[in-house]
Write a protein that binds this ligand. Sequence first.
Ligand SMILES: [Cu+2]
Length: 220
Amino acid sequence: MRRWLAMTTFGTVLVFLLAMPLGTSAAGEQAGGTLIDGTGTPIGTVQLAQTANGVVVTVNVTSAGTLAPGDHGIHVHAVGKCDGPDFTSAGGHFNPRNKQHGLDNPNGPHAGDLPNFMVGASTASQGGYTFTATTNMITLGPGPTSIFTASGSALVIHAGKDDEKTDPAGNSGARVACAVLTAKAATSGTPPSAPVGSATAAAKTGGDGRAFFIRRLGDG
Ligand SMILES: [Cu+2]
């Protein structure tokens, strides 16, 4: 099943969920980490916030150069270890339900799968671009899809585009950026606000109907 639901109003995305049961995790848990490149140099931040609709994943890349213009695979990986330069230490995709990779894979997706991070040419040259998605395939609370496993978890960005259907990683190429994800003390429980200047957005229902995403794109 594939459905696209999107509505953009003054930069605000409204997503309507149709008869889709959500997890019972209480909203408010927070997590995050520092995004590093293959040399270990910080290039941005990752923030995760549990909401009633899922986990809002926000990546802010502040240093140009690591991510070329275009689409980049981005996933939650199953080991909280980011050893450069290849980040193989982060293991495979977070996949507690033992699915295949890809939001468009009929036998998928991995719980850690996300839509592509689209980097525009103008933003890539200037540095500073943002990815935001909401996924209910993972949780920051307890339960079988909690990313806080014994091995931890990491967010990895790849050099190439994720085709969202080829196991195990959508042919998205080398791992070029990585952030170890750690729990943070909850603040107000308010999800992060939308980045200013969002141009387009799309929400998507994953292969088995358990997932939906809100994606905000930069100005590129
Ligand atoms: Cu990956």
